[in-house]
Design a protein around this ligand. Structure first.
Ligand SMILES: Cc1cc2nc3c(=O)[nH]c(=O)nc-3n(C[C@H](O)[C@H](O)[C@H](O)COP(=O)(O)OP(=O)(O)OC[C@H]3O[C@@H](n4cnc5c(N)ncnc54)[C@H](O)[C@@H]3O)c2cc1C
Length: 437
């Protein structure tokens, strides 16, 4: 990108992954970028759940922040091919075949803090923590956003107006933009919900010996219709690991350390339980409920005010069992960069492009969720057919390394699902007994 300065100030609402990646890209065009968040961004509270940055997300973060992954690895974060996260589907291991894509087993808190530090180090970016964004400032005809109203969390602070040439809402699932748009007379974006919730229960441990993972980055056990519990054990380096167990929302949760261990014993494969044998718990069990995927259809509105964009979970909050959220945010940062090449993005055009890009992860997750919940008929026929085909690929990938590589690259958002439609892949997936390569 050229270092051209087309406009003066961009304000980003929200300084989590979507906001920080957007700020990094905006800093290429704007004289000043201001990131606002109510929370602490640098060295904030530790993230409690195991979180995986998918292959495409790893690539984009490496492109936007050269050296970041290398620094993390030098500090002890494990790195390996994506396939080094052992995947189990229906109690069978997806063939461990190299995907050609690397994966750093980021500690989510460290990733957030390091992204925030790198963004703050850019000469034209400022992070303003402990600041609530209260609303949008608009022109008299409400046709254009011209800033935001904020209040610092410092005692005695009053409301301030921060002028901006562009406002990017990266405020997450709880984004207020739908309310703000309704108040301004634009109407709310339609919402699409997948009513399949999950609970996430997590705890950090110190392994008795890193060797119990055989050099792998972690172990992921997918839930399925017959086995509703899923697990992700991720090695964070120096023998520290985090285990997240998931179950259906509203169902029982392993609320004590002993019951968490009992859940790992009940998984269809012994890997997680064996890896944890003799491990020392480092904190308490935490549980969080995810109410189901939620998508806001900004692209379907007739109009949007100028100078307002929405990114990240604020547009699409996808069931975290598919580990797509950060990668989707990273893809949207690249999309924002593309739009900025042509000047200030047109909100509706940007929203349409975001929606097209979101279709792939959304449809994969929605199809799998609805199939898992026995509600496959609740999605469109296209999504239902793709989900059924992906289920065949997934099952075949436990026996066939060619299917395994194709699957891991598609679910890692590295390759488009169309890459699964070659005659060879289709034959392997649909054939009675997938051949070995
Ligand atoms: C249990 C769980 C597990 C997950 N696991 C994974 C995983 O393995 N891999 C993955 O890629 N993703 C995972 N995700 C999803 C991932 O966390 C998000 O997709 C990612 O953080 C990007 O979200 P975001 O930046 O859009 O929003 P958020 O992360 O929700 O951040 C929004 C930010 O905006 C701030 N904010 C909001 N409103 C205001 C306001 N009015 N004023 C000031 N500040 C405001 C908030 O303080 C917050 O910092 C998981 C999510 C959950 C809940």
């Amino acid at each position: 990108m050229s270092g051209r300065r087309e406009a003066d100030r961009a304000v980003v609402l929200g300084g989590s992954v979507a906001g920080l990646l957007a700020a990094r890209v905006l800093a290429e065009t704007f004289a000043e970028v201001l990131v606002l968040d109510r929370n602490t961004l640098l060295g904030g509270p530790a993230a409690r759940h195991a979180q995986l940055l998918l292959g495409r997300g790893q690539q984009i973060v490496a492109e936007l922040f050269p050296g970041l992954a290398e620094d993390a690895v030098a500090a002890g974060s494990p790195i390996a091919d994506l396939a080094a996260v052992r995947h189990y589907v229906g109690g069978q291991r997806v063939q461990p075949v190299a995907t050609g894509a690397f994966c750093v087993a980021w500690d989510r808190s460290a990733l957030d803090s390091q992204l925030a530090a790198r963004v703050q180090a850019l000469p034209n970016v400022r992070l303003r923590e402990h600041t609530d964004v209260l609303g949008l400032e608009v022109t008299a005809d409400a046709g254009r956003v011209r800033g935001v109203r904020v209040r610092s969390r410092r005692p005695g602070s009053g409301v301030e107006v921060l002028e901006a040439d562009l406002v990017v809402d990266a405020g997450g699932r709880g984004s207020n933009t739908p309310d703000w748009l309704a108040d301004l007379g634009y109407g709310r974006p339609a919402e699409e919900r997948i009513p399949v919730g999950r609970t996430f229960t997590s705890r950090h441990y110190r392994l008795r010996d890193e060797a119990v993972l055989d050099g792998d980055l972690g172990i992921e056990v997918a839930a399925d219709a017959g086995q509703p519990v899923g697990a992700l054990l991720l090695h964070l380096g120096h023998g520290r690991c985090v285990l997240t167990l998931t179950g259906p929302a509203g169902g029982p949760v392993p609320s004590t350390p002993a019951s968490a261990l009992a859940w790992t014993r009940a998984l269809p494969v012994p890997d997680v339980y064996s890896a944890l044998a003799g491990a020392r718990p480092l904190d308490d069990v935490v549980t969080e409920e995810f109410a189901g995927s939620l998508r806001r259809r900004y692209e379907q509105l007739d109009r949007l005010p100028e100078r307002l964009l929405v990114v990240g979970d604020a547009v699409g909050s996808i069931n975290p069992v598919y580990r797509q959220g950060m990668t989707v945010a990273a893809q949207q940062a690249l999309l924002l960069r593309e739009h900025l090449q042509y000047g200030l993005p047109q909100p509706l055009v940007f929203a349409k492009d975001v929606s097209v890009a979101l279709d792939v992860p959304w449809n994969m997750a929605a199809g799998a969720d609805l199939e898992l919940a026995g509600m496959a008929g609740a999605c469109s026929e296209d999504v239902e057919v793709s989900a059924a085909f992906l289920a065949r690929v997934r099952a075949g990938a436990t026996r066939d390394p060619v299917l395994a590589k194709a699957l891991l690259r598609v679910t890692g958002l590295l390759d488009s699902p169309e890459t699964l439609m070659t005659p060879d892949i289709v034959a392997r997936a649909m054939g009675p007994a997938p051949r070995r390569s």
